[in-house]
Design a protein around this ligand. Structure first.
Ligand SMILES: O=P(O)(O)OP(=O)(O)OP(=O)(O)OC[C@H]1O[C@@H](n2cnc3c(O)ncnc32)[C@H](O)[C@@H]1O
Ligand SMILES: [Mg+2]
Length: 213
């Protein structure tokens, strides 16, 4: 039995604005009182794990300890079959940190181009199948933890298309669709995303029969 959220404030332990938007929207129907890591001024922990689970737990525990509140973290990434699952856990690292109009950020276009470069080296018939993973971890200040994993399969598509979403969304075409994640509204992406898949498991476990949304 995993520990359950009991109505106290929940820290959304991410420094990624796109994820924060999606996780807040997923939580909205459940009336959970949320605060983001950014609002609390929590530092961004170093992601030293070698798996999504390790990094999600590391981020959730760091935030829970620092805030004295339960914390929900997401570790996610894009895995490309023909690249042996890379960038995978290192998806964020493939994008260099840059300054954009005075704001710190990462260069996602460069990172997507890196993946495309490696794929096109393998010729025009290269297998472009790929998948997104999301591991959601909840940690409590006392050390309890819970883990939920989600996945969505698709195709790495070039050139990038669309302006919605974040990160690698413009190159990810989910199975059965012909538009990228960045051409979908938040609600449309949530109907099929890796994060929503993990969240469904979280809801079943944490909110049980009372679950809706
Ligand atoms: O660690 P936090 O603070 O949560 O934010 P982050 O951006 O560093 O997040 P990760 O360490 O989990 O790195 C995962 C990267 O994978 C990419 N990614 C994950 N989910 C995605 C999604 O739904 N759409 C597009 N790209 C996604 C995105 O580029 C993320 O930066
Ligand atoms: Mg990160």
């Amino acid at each position: 039995m995993t520990r359950k959220l009991d109505g106290s404030k929940l820290v959304i332990a991410t420094h990624n604005a796109g994820k924060l938007r999606e996780i807040s929207a997923l939580l909205a129907p459940f009336g959970v009182d949320c605060v983001s890591a950014g609002e609390l001024g929590l530092p961004e922990p170093e992601e030293t794990g070698t798996t999504f689970v390790e990094n999600a737990l590391l981020k959730a525990h760091a935030a829970a300890k620092a805030a004295g509140l339960p914390a929900l973290a997401d570790d996610s990434g894009l895995s490309v079959t023909a690249l042996g699952g890379r960038p995978g856990v290192y998806t964020a690292d493939w994008a260099e940190r840059q300054w954009f109009e005075g704001e710190p950020g990462r260069d996602w276009y460069m990172a997507m181009g890196k993946v495309e470069g490696l794929l096109s080296e393998q010729g025009p018939d290269v297998d472009r199948s790929c998948w997104f993973t999301s591991v959601l971890a909840i940690a409590w200040p006392e050390g309890d933890e819970a883990i939920y994993e989600g996945r969505v399969d698709g195709t790495f598509s070039w050139p990038p298309r669309g302006t919605m979403g974040f990160g690698y969304d413009p190159v990810f075409v989910p199975q059965g669709q012909n538009v990228s994640f960045a051409q979908l509204t938040v609600a449309e992406k949530q109907a099929m995303s890796h994060r929503a898949d993990a969240f469904e498991k979280l809801v079943a476990d944490q909110f049980g029969d009372a679950a809706h949304g």
